[in-house]
Design a protein around this ligand. Structure first.
Ligand code: NDP
Ligand code: ZN
Length: 353
C-alpha cells in the first residue's frame, strides 16, 4: 500500500509499505478524510530521531473499517469511525494511576506517527478498537467530525487543565485551530472576559465568533503590558498557551494572577531552554499559581462526548476548515500548506472518497 512518510528530517514523500496486520482487538481502516496538523509539521521538519525514519505521518482522520479483529465487539467492516489521535492500549497498569495518555511513559498513548505508523496511508491500524473508536453519527459532515480527534480535545484540554470557572478572565496565547478550540471551550465552561492573542484576520474573526471578547496582537508591543492593561492590572485567572515560543510560557505565567492557573498546549521545538526570568516567575514560583500542560486526551468515551457536543450544536468546529483538497494523493500538498501557513489558512482537509 501507499503511505505518506517522513523519510528523514525535512524529507517527506510517498512510499510503498506492507499492509498493516490486524490484531485480535484491532481494526484496519481506510481514510475517508484527513487533516494535516501543526504537529505533523514538527514531526516532519523539526524533530530528529532514528525511530522516526520512514514513519507514516498523520494522526487526524475519519475512517471506514475494512477489517476487524476477532475480539472487536462494537465495530464491524463498513462502519464509519471517528479515530481519536490518542489511542492508548488500555492495558498498562499505569492507567490505574489516573493518566491513561502517558501510561507506560510520556506520550505512550500517542502512537500514530510518533513511534508507530500514522494515518496518512491507504490503510491504517487502530489498536484497542472497542476502547478507542467512536461511531461517526449519521449525516455528520467529515469537516465537523474530524475536528473532534485532535483540535477539540486539545483546545478543551487546556481549559480542563487550568480548571476554567464561571466568570473567569482567560487569555489564550495563539488563535490557530488549537487556540480557537481553547477559546470555544473556555466560553462553554463559563469564561467571562476571554482574550485571544494572534493576528491572522480569519482567526481573529472566528475567535470572536467562538467567544473572544478582546483580541490583542503580539506584534503590537509587549503582550504582558497589553494584558495587564485590559485586565486593569489584575492579570488573568487562566492563561492557556497555544502558540508562540519558549518565551511565551514566561509571559503566560507572569500575567496569571496569584492563585490562578496557566497551562501549555504548544509543542515547542528548536530550543533546549524555557526562560523564566526572576520577575516572570514571581521570585521563584511563589504565587500559588498552578502550572500544567499536556497532550490531547483520547479514547472512545471522550470522542463520544465531544461528538455529542458537535451534534447538539454547542459549537461548529468546521468553521476552521479553510482549504479543501480531494483525493489521498493531495495529502502532500495539504501538509505543505500547513508548513507554509499562508495568512488565510486555519485548517486544511483532504476528502479521500
Ligand atoms: P498555528 O500555527 O495555526 O497557530 C499558532 C498561533 O500562535 C497563531 O494564532 C499565531 O498568531 C500565534 N502566535 C505566534 N507567535 C506568537 C507569540 N509570540 N505570542 C502569542 N501568540 C503567537 O498552530 P496550531 O493552532 O495548529 O497549533 C498550535 C500548537 O499546538 C502547535 O505547536 C501544535 O503542534 C500544538 N498541538 C498540541 C497538541 C497537544 O496535544 N498538546 C495537539 C495538537 C497540536 P498569528 O495569527 O499571527 O499566526
Ligand atoms: Zn494534530
Amino acid at each position: 500500500m501507499k503511505a505518506y512518510v517522513r523519510h528523514s528530517m525535512g524529507v517527506v514523500g510517498w512510499m510503498e509499505k506492507p499492509d498493516p496486520v490486524c490484531g485480535p482487538d484491532e481494526v484496519i481502516c481506510r481514510p475517508l478524510a484527513l487533516c494535516p496538523c501543526s504537529s505533523d509539521v514538527h514531526t516532519a521538519w523539526e524533530m530528529d530521531g532514528a525511530w522516526l525514519k520512514d514513519i507514516t505521518l498523520g494522526h487526524e482522520v475519519i475512517g471506514q473499517v475494512i477489517e476487524a479483529g476477532k475480539d472487536v465487539k462494537d465495530f464491524k467492516v463498513g462502519d464509519k469511525v471517528i479515530v481519536p489521535c490518542t489511542t492508548p492500549t488500555w492495558k498498562h497498569p499505569d492507567i490505574q494511576d489516573g493518566d491513561p495518555w502517558d501510561a507506560g511513559g510520556m506520550f505512550a498513548g500517542i502512537n500514530f506517527s510518533n513511534y508507530e505508523d500514522g494515518v496518512m496511508a491507504e490503510k491504517f491500524k487502530v489498536r484497542s478498537a472497542d476502547m478507542n473508536l467512536c461511531h461517526l453519527p449519521e449525516g455528520m459532515p467529515y469537516e465537523k467530525a474530524i475536528m473532534v480527534v485532535d483540535m477539540m480535545t486539545t483546545g478543551f484540554h487546556g481549559c480542563e487543565l487550568a480548571n476554567v470557572r464561571y466568570g473567569d478572565t482567560v487569555v489564550v496565547f495563539g488563535i490557530g485551530p488549537v487556540g480557537l478550540m481553547a477559546i470555544a471551550g473556555a466560553k462553554l465552561m463559563g469564561a467571562a472576559q476571554l482574550i485571544g492573542i494572534g493576528t491572522r484576520p480569519n482567526c481573529v474573526k472566528i475567535a470572536k465568533e467562538y467567544g473572544a471578547t478582546d483580541i490583542i496582537s503580539y506584534k503590537d508591543g509587549d503582550v504582558v503590558e497589553q494584558i495587564m492593561k485590559i485586565t486593569n492590572g489584575r492579570g488573568v485567572d487562566v492563561a492557556i498557551v497555544a502558540g508562540g515560543d519558549a518565551e511565551t510560557l514566561g509571559q503566560a505565567y507572569m500575567v496569571t494572577r496569584c492563585g490562578g492557573a496557566m497551562t501549555n498546549l504548544n509543542v515547542i521545538t528548536g530550543t533546549n531552554e524555557f526562560k523564566f526570568t526572576y520577575a516572570s516567575c514571581g521570585g521563584g514560583f511563589m504565587g500559588h499559581k498552578t502550572v500544567n500542560g499536556g497532550l490531547c486526551p483520547g479514547g472512545r468515551r471522550r470522542a463520544e462526548r465531544l461528538t455529542a457536543m458537535v451534534q447538539a450544536d454547542r459549537l461548529d468546529p468546521s468553521l476552521m476548515v479553510t482549504h479543501t483538497f480531494h483525493g489521498l494523493d493531495s495529502i502532500g500538498e495539504a501538509l505543505q500548506l500547513m508548513k507554509d501557513k499562508p495568512r488565510d489558512l486555519i485548517k486544511p482537509i483532504v476528502i479521500c472518497d
